[in-house]
Design a protein around this ligand. Structure first.
Ligand code: ASP
Ligand code: SER
Ligand code: ZN
Length: 605
């Protein structure tokens, strides 16, 4: 009798062990989140130190902290399999999903390989930050990307531009082998987590099947591509008028060094070349700020003030004490702007090397969007302290910056007069040169990486594949011959830092949806491009309602809270630029539109 009871009891215990309850899953997740919060904060803090003080030691420390986070996350994901098949409440199920998707750098279980993955990642990041161009090899005259950004924006000498371009792109080549290693190691990690490769893991973060996500991107690109092509045709003609043979190519492509940006990414800096003849002269915000002797802190204060005008709090005192706003004189740092949330609470910071330019004025608004998002969701369960998806995170500050209209600038004392309605086209053109021009580039970066992670592109074809995509989508060509001795993807921050990039494409689309929704909330009626919701508490409330949801719901629900729609839609972006599209078509009459792709996209002519 006794043995029977005991056997039954053991069977019951075994069954209970085999079939955990929802309460067990909840308890497991609470513990996991507490641990991951600690490990993430350690990794953030080490990452901050590394990027603001690049040395072998700080790289090693940062790699170690990443390693601990990756190791524990991987273990927890493995252990979480015990709950597979259990019907969980949606929020809890989402926490498990987000945990599995949380590593942009998955790494192998095998400790030595995992350590290598994080060491390689940290060393690539450090190499980018320490990257410099030393004209004529003179090591006393080296310049970093922050200063190169300004020179690419300002120089109108095609030879100098080509030199700066080629000089900076040299930083890529030494990264090639390490990058190939990173791809191999992180792919192994991704497979061990149950994904085909790292690209597949990244694409799984959008609350829809991978195929549907790719189809959605294609749909959005189709919506905006005609506008890009008109802009390309128009700007190309203006560049040829300015630079003659330096800009003219038989295949119709634009040489990548003439567009005012190292990656031919945003083109607003060469607005002066593209400006319609005798048009209203739009003010250059950077110049105005310089005339007013506004410093780096002052630039950030404009951004903070905008958020406060919507009803958000001031930035915490620690923000001002701990941020890096200007480039330190005596050490290497990563100058590429970023926003940090070091303790997943209120220790938010910016890391920028501000030059008082129009670009950096806009960048600061972009970055503060991240910090205000972080502060809005900081009381949620740890895994929900994130954007609804990563594109949302990138879109917030930009949707605010769209409100930097002449009326707004007048209110804050940065222009004296509001331009007449005929200035709309020039203003729209300048904005399109930043916002529309960047769209194809924002697809290229991850299309390249998805092919690399997916194995379609092997290391010996890295550079060729890069230029094939740039040619196809952007219609740009390199200013000097390239070959597989180069590794041009390495000259763009997000590749060595392993930061996914398609988020910026999504953000370009979403930000117009958010902007329109906030304009509506503010009671604005009129053409979308003239709306500023500065000082509208209604717009702020709308924004805050979405921000404080963090990642707690699938992104379409967050989109609905803001816009009433549950889809990405380029409609608002097209509405914003509609008058410009009509105008561009008029300007482009009789011009041959588009470009032809070449046999060897790495050749400069
Ligand atoms: N400003 C940078 C960029 O968008 C970094 C960021 O995403 O905040 O790449
Ligand atoms: N900040 C991002 C970049 O530099 C998107 O604009 O590419
Ligand atoms: Zn960003």
């Amino acid at each position: 009798m006794r043995t029977v009871v005991l056997a039954l009891l053991l069977a019951a215990v075994a069954a209970a062990a085999a079939k955990p309850s929802v309460a067990d899953a909840r308890a497991f997740m609470d513990k996991a989140e507490a641990e991951l919060l600690d490990l993430t904060n350690e990794a953030q803090r080490s990452g901050w130190i590394e990027e603001t003080y690049i040395t072998q030691d700080t790289e090693t420390e940062s790699a170690k902290a990443q390693e601990r986070l990756i190791a524990r996350t991987t273990e927890l994901v493995d252990q979480a399999r015990q709950f597979d098949g259990l019907k969980l409440p949606p929020e809890l199920a989402r926490e498990f999903l987000l945990m599995r998707l949380s590593l942009p750098l998955p790494a192998p279980h095998e400790a030595a390989l995992r350590a290598r993955a994080t060491a390689v990642a940290a060393s690539l990041d450090g190499s980018y930050g320490a990257g410099k161009y030393c004209p004529n090899g003179d090591t006393s005259k080296c310049i970093g990307i922050d200063e190169l950004d300004v020179r690419m924006a300002k120089s109108r000498d095609p030879r100098e531009l080509a030199e700066l371009w080629a000089g900076w792109h040299k930083i890529g080549a030494p990264m090639r082998e390490r990058y190939a290693d990173l791809v191999k190691l992180s792919n192994q990690g991704a497979r061990e987590l149950g994904f085909a490769d790292t690209g597949a893991l990244w694409r799984a973060g959008y609350d829809m099947p991978a195929d549907a996500f790719s189809a959605d991107l294609e749909r959005l690109w189709m919506q905006v591509e005609p506008l890009y092509r008109e802009l390309h045709t128009y700007v190309r003609r203006k560049l040829i008028e300015k630079y003659g043979a330096h800009a003219k190519r038989a295949d119709g492509m634009i040489p990548a060094h003439l567009l005012g940006n190292m990656w031919a990414q945003e083109w607003g800096n060469i607005y002066d070349i593209a400006a319609p003849a005798e048009s209203y002269k739009t003010a250059d915000i950077g110049e105005t700020l310089q005339e007013k002797h506004v410093d780096a802190k002052g630039v950030v204060t404009y951004g903070e003030h905008f958020f406060q005008s919507l009803g958000f709090e001031a930035l915490p005192a620690t923000f001002w004490e701990r941020s890096q706003l200007t480039k330190p004189r005596d050490r290497d740092v990563v100058c590429h702007a970023s926003a940090w949330d070091v303790d997943n609470d209120k220790d938010v910071r910016l890391k920028v090397c501000i030059h008082v330019t129009t670009d950096d004025f806009t960048t600061v608004h972009h970055e503060l969007g991240h910090n205000y998002y972080q502060m809005a969701y900081r009381t949620l369960p740890f895994l929900f302290r994130n954007g609804a998806n990563d594109g949302f995170h990138e879109a917030i500050g930009d949707s605010i910056a769209l409100s930097i209209t002449p009326e707004y600038l007048k209110k804050v004392g940065l222009v004296d007069t509001i331009p007449p309605p005929e200035a709309d086209i020039p203003l729209l053109l300048r904005t399109a040169m930043d916002k529309v021009a960047a769209l194809p580039w924002m697809l290229v970066v991850d299309k390249w990486r998805w092919e690399v992670f997916g194995g379609e592109v092997k290391p010996e074809h890295y550079n060729d594949a890069w230029w094939r995509l740039r040619e196809k989508y952007q219609g740009v060509a390199p200013p000097v011959d390239r070959s597989e001795a180069d590794f041009d993807p390495g000259a763009k921050y997000h590749i060595p830092s392993n930061t996914p990039y398609v988020r910026y494409f999504l953000a370009r689309i979403y930000q117009f949806q958010f902007y329109k929704a906030m304009c509506d909330a503010s009671g604005y009626k009129g053409p979308l491009n003239r709306c500023s919701f500065y000082e509208s508490k209604e717009a702020g409330a709308k924004l805050n309602a979405m921000l404080k949801m963090g990642a707690s719901k699938p992104w379409p629900e967050a989109m609905r809270v803001m816009t009433g729609e549950d889809k990405a839609d380029a409609g608002p972006m097209l509405e914003y630029f509609a008058p410009l599209l009509t105008w561009l078509k008029e300007q482009n009459k009789g011009q041959s539109e588009g470009w032809t792709v070449s046999e060897n996209p790495q050749k400069s002519q």
